[in-house]
Structure formats: structure tokens, C-alpha cells
Design a protein around this ligand. Sequence first.
Ligand code: UD1
Ligand code: UDP
Length: 368
Amino acid sequence: MIKVMSVFGTRPEAIKMCPLVKALEADPVIESVVCVTAQHREMLDSALAYFGVKPDYDLNIMKRGQTLSSITADVIMGLEPVLAESKPDLVLVHGDTTTSFAAALAAFYAKIPVGHVEAGLRTFDRYSPYPEEINRNLTSKLATLHFAPTELNRANLAAEGITKNVFVTGNTALDAFVYTVKPDYTFADEKLRTLDFENRKVIVLTAHRRENQNGGIENICRAVLALSQAHPELQFVYPVHLSPAVRNVVFPILSDKPGIVLTDPVDVADMHNLLSKAFFIMSDSGGIQEEAPSFHKPVLVLRTETERPEAVEAGTVKVIGTDFDRVYAEAETLLSDTAAYRKMADAVNPYGDGHASLYIIDAIKKAL
Ligand code: UD1
Ligand code: UDP
């Protein structure tokens, strides 16, 4: 038996790791162990509950308004005794969060090999996204197995001298859809149940990134408010991240405005089905850039760069930044220019075939 410990802590990691955990649990030669750091609490628990994944260890580190240093320190200190007790043959981490980097470092200190899921994404700008660009860079240095979603991600790793044990697998984000997307879906969230998808266009908005917390989120909210006033027929939906740094900006601008529905974070099934029914999406999220193309929905990326140029090349996402005028103008284009809309909506998802978890498990067996 190969003992594989999956370590994750935030919502996006949980959504992309739970399908892999389910596949690891089903494999006869693998013993699957899960350790959550709980860098996120409610948003993590929502995803764990949806997929029915029960952690073996829970470091429960989340603090209100936590700092990058406190997350890093708490994950390293929390994992030390867990790794000593459980003694896995491999630790899997995901992506670019501070949990991912700190868990990879803790495993390295314990001389346990690290497998990095969603490896090789780069913007080549150390402060954007911040701190994710450096988190994933350092995780690549610590890992011995690299599961790259695309050939471009493999090339990014090769350019850094990482050529051994790199496997192109697609992104596990797409593996989640078999669990979440259903015809005739009924939303769990009451406010989502009030939306009129038949007669009005629904535009989904999310924004949370640290580098957008110095004015970017405020610009986005003001542009959305102006759009909703110019187009009373539209329905904007914004599931607002639980971070006080986000909520303290969003609610004063967008609360109780006609045509704008603010919700708490919704569960993963609600979110995927909402994306599938939306007209288009405005977001600074990483994961949503990978998911939306499967539903043939354009994404206006509210960032100045992206580590997901495959989606830009496929035509399904457009990087527009957070400037008020640009956000307003790009949304107007998608509303009024059918050809521009169709060009983005008709693109093919470049992030794999929905079986990334199985390719990762094959690679683990070969490598170990
Ligand atoms: C983190 C990741 C980011 C990822 C994002 C996904 C880092 C440094 N950042 O950013 O890469 O895109 O998650 O959402 O790893 N909070 C709650 N309950 C929750 C979750 C968060 O109350 O379930 C609040 C807490 O006050 C917490 C704050 O949000 O201190 C910020 O959480 P944190 O994980 O530090 O940053 P995110 O912006 O969520
Ligand atoms: N998501 C969700 N509920 C929400 C908002 C987002 O389930 O209210 C999902 C979304 O579909 C995607 C993931 O959360 O799978 C993205 O998380 P987030 O934007 O927080 O982080 P990022 O991907 O930017 O790191």
C-alpha cells in the first residue's frame, strides 16, 4: 500500500482536491489520509461536506484577519507532529496558497516527498497574484512530483530546470463537475432561487484577491453599480467572500441596490450550476477561469495578468484589470455585441477532459 496524505486548507484547494481524494480512496493500492489546515473554516467545511470528505487531521488554524506569516507558521508547526505520527509515503499539496507552500516545506523538513497538484502556473510577476506567484514557485522547488494541468505549465517548469517527474494531467477543477452539475438543479441558497434565468440576464461577479484590496474591488463595485443603473433588466449576483477586507468594501457600495443580489459564499454545487446558467462572469478568481469555459460562458478577468493564458488563447477569458471605465466598457461590449459574445462563449475548455485525478494516481503509482 502507498500511503498518500492530501493537505489543503482553502475553498479552491478543497474543490479541486476532493475529487482526487475520492479517487485515492477508491484505489485498492492506496491508503488515503486527509489533513486540512483550515486556513479557511466555513468555506472549507462547505466543500468538505458537499463531497463527503472527512479529514483525518484538522489543524484548525484560521484566525479573523490572519496574516501570511501567521498562516505559514501555524501550518508548519501544526503539520510537524501530524507527519511524524502518520508517516505518509507522499504528501500532496495543491496550487499556490500559503497552506500549499507551508505544507510542502513541512513535508520537506520531514524528508517526505511532495506531489504538487496544479503545478507550473506562472505570471512571472512576483507581486501579482500576491503572494501566490512566489508560493507556487517555492512549492515547485520543494516538490518531487509535479502534476501540470497543461503543456504550457510543463514548459514553465522546464524553463526553471524542472524536467523530472512532470506529468501533464489536466486540471482536477473539471473532475468536480460530475459531482456538482445537474439538469433541473434547485439552488440551496434562497437568494439564488429568486433569480429569473428565463427572462433576465444573470451576471455572476466574484472578487477577493489581496492585490485587488487596495482600490480594485472598490472600482469593480462602482462599475457594477453603474452598469446595473444603466441596465435595470440585468441581475448581478455576487457571492461575497468572508474576508473582512472584502466585505468591508463591497457591502457599503452594493447592499440593497436594485438588480444586485449579494449572497454569502455559496456551496460548490450552487456555484457551478450558477455559472452554467449565467450570461457571463466577471471575476478575479483563478478557479473560475478554468471552470467557466466548460459552460461556454465568457469571463472578464478582473486582474492585470493571468497565469492561465491557455484560456485567453482559447478566447474564453479576457484580462481587463480593475479600472472603472474598462470594466464598464468591456461589460457593455458583451451585452451589446453578439459576435464578440459568441466568440468568447464558443471556445473549448483547454484544461483537460475531467479525468485529471486518474492520471495523477497513475503517475503516483509509476513514480513510487
Ligand atoms: C486565500 C488564498 C488565496 C485564494 C483564496 C481563495 C493565501 C495567502 N491566499 O485568500 O490564494 O485565492 O484563499 O478564496 O493562501 N474567512 C472566514 N471564513 C472562511 C474563510 C475566510 O472568516 O471560511 C476570513 C477570515 O477572517 C480570514 C480572511 O477571511 O482571516 C482571509 O482568509 P485568507 O485565507 O488569509 O485569505 P484569502 O483572501 O481567503
Ligand atoms: N466558489 C464557490 N462558492 C462561491 C464562490 C466561488 O464554490 O461563493 C468556487 C468556484 O466555483 C471555484 C472556487 O470556489 O471552484 C474558486 O475559489 P476562489 O475564487 O475563492 O479562489 P481562487 O480560485 O481565486 O484561488
